[in-house]
Design a protein around this ligand. Structure first.
Ligand SMILES: Nc1ncnc2c1ncn2[C@@H]1O[C@H](COP(=O)(O)OP(=O)(O)OP(=O)(O)O)[C@@H](O)[C@H]1O
Ligand SMILES: [Mg+2]
Length: 510
């Protein structure tokens, strides 16, 4: 190899040595300064959008690299540069019109500057500027010779710009995603009953959220399992990663494998393109497998493998793909009896049930009903465009508290919405809600057990008030208290209690 070949080879290797163009420039500078007079090496682009020259990087004497800098171009300068059609390396003439007008930004006297224009497919991207202290340090011969480094540098520069663009879009997308997540969740972070009926659940959520383990959410339909799954993801370290939800009951059995685990192109008829499964999409985030009890047996086997080995096997794929995914599963079904029946795999159950959280039904946390009702009243009336939520008729809340809510929070949400849609002025009575007469729950909460009829008015009132006090666990004051449920002032209620000889928690008085 002659010296020219060695030179070209070194320059090519160094200009492409790193994805970070600053690093490549530093490496080129270190080599080039032993070959030619050189105190700094600058890579710049002509940024038409900004109407400026952008210094991408500059390597200086001690091998350090100065960061980005933007040098605005005077009016009409872009056109002048384009007209000049720079293509070969040239020694800068300080008297040249273009460079004279750049003088306020860069010193030219007492220095030698040699510029290698960088072009790709005829387009002028920018240039590489060599600078040395003192006048006349570069010769025309050197300028001509340096023509050979233009191509490798132009390619390195184009790659660096493309890479920069990708990084830019990546950060834009991440930002969009955070924004959308916030929008989507909106007020979802408001969990009613977090300190009352759901206190134990929230305590478990706090414990488990920061960890990486699988969580199984159990509870009747409409109890808030999905909401709890959201809370776990968004209070975990994975919160900026994807949160992928799959309703295992809603996917047709023939598609479930390819939806969850993905498939390669041509894996089956109709598989025109490669498809990333939901697990792959959830990489570095959380996957929420809702209605896990509906998962068909074949998919159960595949899921088990993912949980064991942390990798997915695509349908028609040649090798497994590692995934870093946290699994939250939920079901309203009784998985244990499904295991007995043989419709749910026991080994999968063991994998899933390391940290079960049981979300209790509404009838076991009646104290939350008033707050839930008010929450949905505010939310739904806003959605329906009402100026303010209507008031609740005396006694109506009690009707809601006494009802058993087989559809749980979702049923309550629907009841409130229907009541608002039917609303024609006045106070809301919720008289569409009728407590079940034969509800075993109701007779349990009956204080007197055996009643002898007919009761006089005071007796009937006493029985009724006592029932309400059982429901509110003795609470009189404030949200969910007996006074609110009965639609009377707390002071009035207390004097009524005294009169009827009903004992109540004295500390309530404070
Ligand atoms: N404690 C709560 N505070 C506020 N809103 C709640 C609460 N619990 C549930 N909700 C709301 O009730 C509705 C039903 O909750 P969610 O969808 O989480 O229930 P689920 O247990 O997943 O039900 P299913 O088993 O039917 O899928 C949702 O609109 C949710 O936002
Ligand atoms: Mg759900």
């Amino acid at each position: 190899m002659d010296t020219n070949d060695i030179f070209l080879r070194e320059i090519t290797l160094r200009s492409c040595s790193s994805l970070d163009i600053k690093e490549s420039l530093r490496s080129t500078f270190t080599y080039l300064k032993d070959q030619i007079a050189l105190s700094s090496l600058t890579l710049f682009i002509i940024d038409e959008r900004l109407g400026a020259i952008r210094r991408i990087a500059q390597a200086v004497g001690d091998g350090g690299v100065l960061p980005d800098e933007i040098i605005p171009l005077p009016e009409g300068m872009l056109e002048k540069i384009a007209a000049r059609n720079f293509s070969r390396p040239f020694i800068v003439d300080a008297e040249d019109e273009i460079f004279r007008r750049l003088a306020p930004f860069t010193r030219l006297e007492g220095l030698s500057d040699l510029i290698v224009p960088l072009r790709i497919e005829e387009r002028l991207l920018g240039g590489l500027a060599l600078r040395a202290e003192g006048k006349g340090r570069y010769s025309e011969k050197q300028a001509e010779f340096l023509g050979c480094i233009a191509k490798p540098f132009a390619i390195a520069l184009a790659n660096a710009l493309a890479h920069e663009e990708v990084l830019h879009y990546q950060s834009v997308l991440l930002d969009d995603k955070r924004f959308l997540n916030r929008e989507l969740l909106g007020d979802a972070d408001e969990i009613i009953g977090a300190n009352t009926g759901l206190r134990n659940v929230m305590e478990m959520v706090r414990q488990v959220a920061p960890l990486n383990n699988t969580v199984l959410l159990l509870g009747e339909t409409g109890t808030g399992k999905e909401m709890i799954a959201n809370t776990i993801h968004f209070s975990s370290q994975r919160k900026d990663g994807p949160f992928v939800k799959v309703n295992c009951g809603a996917l047709p059995e023939s598609l479930i494998d390819s939806e969850l685990f993905g498939h390669e192109r041509g894996a089956f008829t109709g598989a025109i393109a490669e498809n990333r499964g939901r697990f792959e999409r959830a990489d570095k985030g959380t996957i929420f497998l809702d209605e896990i009890g509906e998962l068909p047996p074949a998919a159960q086997v595949r899921l088990l493998r993912v949980l064991q080995h942390h990798e997915v096997e695509k349908i028609g794929g040649k090798r497994p793909i590692p995934v870093n995914v946290r699994v939250i599963a939920a079901t309203h079904r009784n998985l244990q009896s499904m295991i007995t029946e043989g419709s749910f795999r026991e080994d999968l159950w063991y994998r899933l049930s390391g940290f079960p959280i049981i979300v209790p039904p509404v009838r076991q946390r009646k104290e939350d009903i008033p707050a839930l009702t008010r929450h949905f009243l505010a939310e739904k009336s806003r959605e329906l465009g009402m100026a303010a939520p209507p008031s609740i008729a005396p006694g109506a809340l009690l009707r809601l508290v006494e009802y058993d809510w087989p559809g749980n929070v979702r049923e309550l949400e629907n009841v409130v919405e229907r009541e608002l849609i039917r609303y024609r002025g006045g106070a809301l009575t919720f008289d569409a809600v009728q407590p079940d007469n034969d509800s075993s729950n109701r007779s349990q909460s009956s204080v007197e057990g055996q009643l002898s009829y007919p009761l006089n008015l005071d007796e009937a009132m006493a029985v009724h008030i006592k029932e309400v006090l059982v429901l509110t666990k003795g609470k009189i004051h404030g949200s969910g208290g007996a006074a609110e449920l009965l639609g009377v002032n707390p002071t009035t209620l207390r004097s009524r209690l005294d009169k009827l000889g009903i004992s109540y928690r004295r500390r309530e008085l404070k």
